[in-house]
Design a protein around this ligand. Structure first.
Ligand code: SAH
Ligand code: SF4
Ligand code: F3S
Length: 469
């Protein structure tokens, strides 16, 4: 298969293999992970195969994240290294194309080509169905920037994922149901990088879910920046919310587990809370970011709820599903955050008791209202607060893991473990669990008893083996 054809564009002839290989590096959130798989689909239909080896790729695609300054800067340092790689390749007469996709592409567009002229293609999160086209044009020699929001829906133009590829990707899958955000929290770039809120229609989602399940997927996580704001017109012209969609997906034969992320507290409606009570297929885990425990800061962040309202919501969710594990996101050092505001954040963490959480230092993002605020918190204070918050969150996470020891749970076997004879599964609460099992059992849900905790995972033994003991 290593036959080469020679193209002779502009200056030097460059040889390219007739089966091209693409290496996709994904930064950022789960939505980017999903988009990377769908860009892979678009490229597969052009004859590209995915490679895990950057060195052998003919196309290197960075799917980027703009959420914090560090995330965005990482892209430019990676592009610096790729420029050298491209030069070395050119010296050997081999092609290397470089593409930038994702939220930095959307936010910076042309600027990327100015700062990194070795980039061939810049493509946005809403335009990547046109990636093959852009690559073809860029092969003519001039870089292509395609970040104009398309009138058409990319999902109508992407090829359905190849069933073999789904199988190769494993027994859990992401499925984007909603994109964009209309909330405009004052710290956040997402409304600018992903555009306004759009929900995918029911039939598109159901078809994609069925295809995943028919190809071996047992657990689907529905994705959206505000996934619980998903809405669509139901079959009888009635309004459907995320709860209705979950009930519909629960009917798919062979689908064992459903999850969804990320939710906004404002959009947790009664139906969705009832779904957590009534729908066994819906896993008892909820990522519900609060960002801060201070009402003053919540207001400045434009989160549009108070700490007390968040706590009351958590109570209602826990009443509906007492074993639910909660996770959250936090920002420390938002402009104007005082010691007292930060103490309020620690207090809300104590009150909720999270099973897991992510916490970040506030990062000023150009173009967001937060960037215009004058009372920025100094770096040292941010660092100190983050350390204190993370110590508390880590303790809660460890306590939660310890509280699982002795429990008998359902485990979805996902992938081979590090040791032969071991398989890694996922608990209902999204923890990684190591257990003795055969790799041929991957995809099965087995009963196990949790017997211990490790730094980032749990240990279990098959529950049956205990019965005779
Ligand atoms: N839609 C989700 C959040 C998506 S961004 C929600 O509303 O909860 C993921 C997380 O990144 C956010 O929850 C927030 O904690 C963090 N984040 C976003 N912008 C940030 C910024 N400018 N600085 C630091 N952290 C930020
Ligand atoms: Fe960003 Fe707020 Fe929208 Fe979440 S809800 S994506 S934090 S603007
Ligand atoms: Fe990052 Fe874009 Fe996701 S900014 S967090 S990749 S929506």
């Amino acid at each position: 298969m290593n036959e080469h054809v020679t193209l002779s564009p502009a200056e030097e002839p460059v040889t390219i293999p007739n089966t091209r290989k693409v290496f996709i590096k994904t930064y950022g959130c789960q939505m980017n992970v999903y988009d990377s798989t769908r860009m892979g689909d678009a490229l597969a239909s052009e004859g590209y195969v995915a490679t895990e080896e950057m060195g052998e790729a003919d196309l290197i695609l960075l799917n980027t994240c703009h959420i914090r300054e560090k995330a965005a800067e990482k892209v430019y340092s990676a592009l610096g290294r790729l420029r050298d790689m491209k030069k070395a390749r050119a010296a050997e007469g081999r092609e290397l194309m470089i593409g930038v996709a994702g939220c930095v592409a959307q936010a910076e567009g042309e600027e990327i080509i100015r700062r990194a002229p070795s980039v061939d293609v810049v493509i946005g999160p809403q335009t990547y169905h046109r990636l093959p086209d852009a690559l073809r044009k860029a092969r003519g020699g001039k870089p292509v920037v395609d970040t104009e929001y398309a009138v058409e829906d990319k999902f109508d133009h992407l090829p359905a994922t190849d069933r073999k590829l789904i199988r190769a990707r494993g027994v859990t899958a992401f499925l984007t149901v909603q994109e964009g955000c209309d909330k405009f929290c004052t710290f956040c770039v997402v409304p600018y990088t992903r555009g306004s809120e759009v929900s995918r229609p029911i039939s598109q989602i159901v078809d994609e879910a069925i295809r995943l399940v028919e190809s071996g997927v047992r657990e689907i996580t529905l994705l959206g920046q505000n996934v619980n704001a998903w809405s669509a017109e139901g079959p009888t012209g009635n309004d459907w919310g995320l709860a209705d969609l979950l009930y519909r997906l629960a009917e798919i034969p062979g689908l064992a587990r459903l999850r969804y992320t990320t939710s906004h507290p404002r959009d947790m409606d009664d139906r969705l809370i009832e779904a957590h009570r009534d729908l066994r297929i819906l896993m008892p885990y909820l990522h519900l970011p609060v960002q801060s425990g201070s009402d003053r800061i919540l207001k400045a962040m434009n989160r549009r709820h108070t700490g007390a309202e968040y706590l009351a919501l958590i109570d209602r969710i826990r009443n509906a599903r007492p074993d639910i594990a909660l996770s959250g996101d936090f920002i420390v050092g938002f402009p104007g955050e005082t010691d007292q505001d930060f103490e309020d954040t620690l207090k809300i963490v104590e009150d909720v008791n999270y099973a897991s959480a992510f916490s970040f230092k506030y990062s000023t993002r150009p173009g967001t209202p937060g960037a215009d605020l004058t009372d920025q918190v100094v770096e040292e204070v941010k660092a100190e607060r983050l350390e204190r918050l993370q110590a508390l969150l880590l303790k809660q996470q460890a306590d939660f893991a310890t509280s699982c020891v002795g429990k008998t749970i359902d485990l979805l076997l996902e992938k081979p473990g590090r040791m032969p004879g071991q398989v890694i599964g996922r608990s209902p609460w999204l923890q990684s669990v190591n257990v003795d099992a055969k790799t041929s059992q991957i995809g099965e849900i087995i009963r196990v008893r949790i017997i211990g905790t490790g730094p980032n995972s749990l240990f279990a033994e098959p529950a049956e083996s205990l019965m005779g003991a």
